[in-house]
Structure formats: C-alpha cells, structure tokens
Design a protein around this ligand. Structure first.
Ligand SMILES: C[S@@+](CC[C@H](N)C(=O)[O-])C[C@H]1O[C@@H](n2cnc3c(N)ncnc32)[C@H](O)[C@@H]1O
Length: 501
C-alpha cells in the first residue's frame, strides 16, 4: 500500500489536535486499563471504549484499531476527501459492492513529548508496538512504532543543545523526533527505505523540522560526517540469519553492535555523546566485561550498563515469539529453534546480555571505562544522570587524592541511609546509602563513610570533615586522610556525592 503524502501532515495534525487525539486525550477516553492494554497490542478493551460517535472515538478506531468507519462519522472528524486524496485513508469496499466506509493506511499513535508536546508516531498498520513486546510479524521490511526499547533509549539520551545529531536505524523516527528538539540538524538513516518515509511522516505530523534522511547500512550513508550526538536502537538481535530488517542485523553474533560502537569514535565531535542499546554474547571462557571493553573506541570514555542476561533458550524463545513463529507449524517452529541453538553452539555462546552503551568523546589518554551490571529499577529519564556520570569522571581524573581532600562535596538529593541488622540489635551490622532518584543505587558504607556523607553539605573541605571524624572516633587523622580517598572516589563515581568545585 502506498504511503500518505508527507506535505499533507500539517493539515492532518490540525484535525487530530482539534479532536484531542493526544496521549492525554486517549487516556481520558479509554481509561488507564484499556490505554495500557493498547500498549500491549490488545485492542478489545479500546474497541469497547470507542462505541460512541465522537470525533475522538472515530480517530481511535481508524488510526489505532484498524477499523473501517462510515463516511459521515469520518467527515465529522477529518477533511474526508482531502485525507483520501492525501493517502491517509482508503475506501473500504463493502461485500457485494458499494462502500463500507474508509480505513486508515497507516497507524498513527499519539505520543507525549518530554515537555508535554503532542507528537504522533506513524508506523505500519497494527505494528505500533514493537520489540520484545511482540511485533508478531514475519514480514520483512515492516516498520514498527514505539516499543519499550525505543522509549528506554529516548530516556537515557543526553539532551544537551547540539548542532548535529544522528539517529542510525531510525525506523518510524522516534529518536529523530526527540533529537529535533535540541539539535539544529538531525540526520536519520535506515537500511529500509520505507522507514525513512515513515520518519518523514512522524516528524511532519508532530510539527518537527524535517530531517536529513539517508538510506543505507550502518555508517555508510553518513560518510565522513561527524556529530555531537549519535543515537541508535539498532537491529541488535543475535539470530541465525537475517530475516527481519527491524531487528536482525544480518551480521554474525553481536558483530553489528560491535561495529556500531567501534565506529562511533571517529564520527563524534569532541565532547560528543554516542548512545546505543545493544545485545552482547556471553562466550565460554571469556569475561563479558572484557568483550565490551574491547569495543570502546580510542579517545572515548564509556559507561556500559548490563540490564539483563538471558540464557540462550530464553533468548531464542523470546525472539521466536516476537516474530510469531510459535504460532506456525510445530515442526517449523522446532526447526527454527534448533537453528538458533546451533548458531549459539557454533559461537560458544551461553547467554546474551542486553543493556545500554554510552560513549563520550573526551580525548583522554586514560579513558574512564565503567562496565557494570545494574538490573534494578531506575528512574527515567536518565539523560541528565548519564551526563553527570561523565562529568564526575572528568572531575575524578583531574583530582588526585590531595586535590580530592581539598575539595568540597554535597550529598546528592534524596539519598537516604538505611541501617541493616538483626531486629533488636543495638548496633546495625552495616549501613547502606540509597538513592531515591536516577539509577537508584545502593552502596554499603562504614562508619566513616556514613558520617562523611551525612555532613557533606559543601561547607567544609573533605579533609576537614575527615579530621573531625578522626577526632570523634579517636583515630589518627593522618591515617584516616590516607585511607579514605578511595571510598570518597567511589561515592563520587556512583553519584552519592557531588563535587562542588
Ligand atoms: C529496532 S529498530 C529501531 C527503530 C527506532 N529507531 C526506535 O528506536 O524505535 C531498528 C531499525 O534499524 C534499521 N536497520 C536494520 N539494519 C540496519 C542497518 N544495517 N543499517 C541501518 N539501519 C538498519 C531497521 O530497518 C529498523 O528501522
């Protein structure tokens, strides 16, 4: 089916907004359970909630539920003839001749921007919910809407004002749409030419400036160009062969993710960020951290967070379900499953990690590379946390222990202390500092660490605080000054303490 004319986006946007076809409007119309069900691709609750004939119900039925709607109802919500001419709608032939109304040609889903903007994501019909949530498709070249992975990447992206941003593998354009809010020029690429056409519709319908759209694989369409921000939610699935462009990269194992990460260094401007979602193999006889360390390009600091690890059977099942293979002939399903395990066996892979890779071009000779496992809940958006992480690395790199002790620190907002021990015991077994924001980290501290954090309000230098603690505990202040910087470094690195100078 041909796609709508992009020039018509502004006209449709006005009509959609006039009918309150927005994220808030939808939530109010459908109610939270039906709204949430729709995000899981379950349409029955939303169908039940749109049995009336208001313009908003008409738009939900057309653009989210793929229903044919009679002309008079559509005419009350949209300029019908114009939408037919522009290609947003097509006529539905009735059984036995005549017209049974009209249908939408694409899925148009309201999406609320981080500052309350009313945006729309345009994707293939019935494919608005993508990724591990279950796209349920085996059609190559299909363009999905927004999945959990898309919003995760959008949330962790550093949103500083920049000149040039690149969204590699743009799909229906969600990352490009976000980038358009803080980048002067946005380039969006995709191997699938249909994706670029969907991105143009998403940007136009959301009232965002046009992006520079380029077709091609990985960095090939951008040549020697460099960027202040590179983002990619790539086709990271490790599979026995490329079948689905939106998820299977078509390179062996985790080679596509490695190539993306390694190639970012030379395409980043100084101080620029590259942020990726990725999968990586856990290979027999190799530390997964070392595998990832070898991907980090020269001149870049890196923060890599492993959010989840699946064994190879869970992984194969997840993606077989995603493509709907579990609903095919059992023998075919078994053959596909077998092929997946063959592939993993050949690559000595015992599990697959999923996570976030953030690079920052620091040009440092001794780059800071943090690779960690953090499977616990976090508070999105984490973009400001990612930026602060790299800024703290700069601080730590520039301050030796003496400089650290001369520094002033402030306890980060919403850090609390928990005392852990047996009920009724006089003293706690240990003390934990816990962040209630951002990464929501927790870390064990000793009496000195807890005391230090407690009085860190920026007024005294770290050294002076340690001297006071030494006096209170009857310890030698010189020894305390000698042994504590390591612990302070860790608290700074993990964001419990913020340097003030
Ligand atoms: C998982 S989707 C991500 C879509 C969107 N950026 C998001 O965040 O939801 C991956 C996208 O990468 C595209 N793609 C697949 N192989 C590619 C390649 N070799 N080079 C560039 N893009 C590719 C797919 O067509 C698809 O649009």
């Amino acid at each position: 089916m041909s796609l709508p004319a992009p020039e018509s986006s502004a006209r449709l946007r006005d009509a959609l907004l006039a009918a309150d076809f927005t994220a808030d409007g939808l939530l109010e119309l459908l109610g939270a359970p039906a709204y949430a069900a729709l995000a899981r691709s379950e349409t029955v609750p939303a169908l039940r909630a749109t049995r009336g004939d208001s313009p908003l119900e008409t738009l939900v039925r057309l653009f989210l539920l793929q229903q044919a709607v009679p002309d008079d109802r559509v005419g009350a919500a949209l300029p019908l003839d114009q939408c037919l001419a522009d290609g947003w709608l097509v006529r539905e032939d009735a059984y036995g001749g005549g017209s049974a109304g009209v249908r939408a040609t694409v899925d148009v889903r309201p999406y609320g921007g981080e500052e309350g903007q009313d945006w729309f994501i345009v994707s293939d019909l019935g494919r608005a919910v993508g990724g591990a949530g279950g796209a349920g498709t085996r059609e190559e070249g299909v363009v999905l809407g927004v999945g959990g992975a898309s919003t995760t990447l959008a949330g962790i992206t550093v949103r500083a004002p920049v000149t040039r941003a690149l969204d590699l593998g743009t799909g229906s354009g969600i990352q490009a749409l976000h980038a358009a809010q803080h980048a002067v020029h946005v380039t969006a690429t995709d191997l699938n030419p249909r994706a670029l056409r969907f991105t143009r519709l998403t940007l136009g319908l959301s009232g965002a400036p046009e992006a520079d759209l380029r077709e091609g694989s990985l960095y090939e369409p951008v040549g020697e160009d460099t960027y202040d921000l590179i983002v990619s939610n790539p086709p990271f699935v490790i599979s026995p062969g490329a079948r689905l462009t939106y998820r299977d990269g078509g390179m062996g194992g985790d080679d596509l993710c490695r190539t993306l990460v390694q190639g970012a260094g030379e395409r980043l401007n100084d101080g620029g960020y590259a942020q990726f979602l990725a999968n990586w193999q856990h290979v027999e006889g190799e530390e997964w951290q070392e595998r990832l360390r070898s991907w980090v390009p020269r001149g870049c600091d890196a923060w890599i967070v492993q959010r989840e690890v699946q064994d190879i059977t869970q992984y194969a099942e997840l993606w077989l379900r995603d493509s709907g293979d579990h609903r095919t002939d059992p023998a075919q399903y078994a053959a596909r499953y077998d092929a997946w395990l063959d592939e993993f066996e050949a690559r000595k892979t015992k599990g697959v990690g999923f996570g976030w890779i953030s690079l920052r071009k620091s040009g440092a000779e001794d780059p800071s590379i943090t690779i960690e496992e953090w499977p616990h809940p976090v508070e999105q958006p984490l973009g400001p946390v990612v930026r602060a992480h790299f800024e703290r690395q700069d601080y730590l790199r520039a301050h030796d222990d003496a400089a650290l002790l001369a520094g002033h620190f402030k306890l980060a907002d919403e850090v609390v202390q928990e005392q852990i021990g047996l009920p009724g015991a006089e003293d706690p077994e240990y003390v934990v500092l816990r962040q209630n924001r951002g990464m929501r980290r927790a870390t064990k501290v000793d009496t000195v660490g807890a005391g230090f954090a407690g009085v860190s309000d920026g007024s005294l230098s770290a050294g002076r605080i340690l001297d006071a603690i030494a006096q209170l505990l009857g310890e030698d202040p010189v020894l305390l000054r000698d042994r504590t910087p390591e612990a302070i470094r860790l608290l700074v690195e993990q964001g419990f303490l913020e340097p003030l100078d």
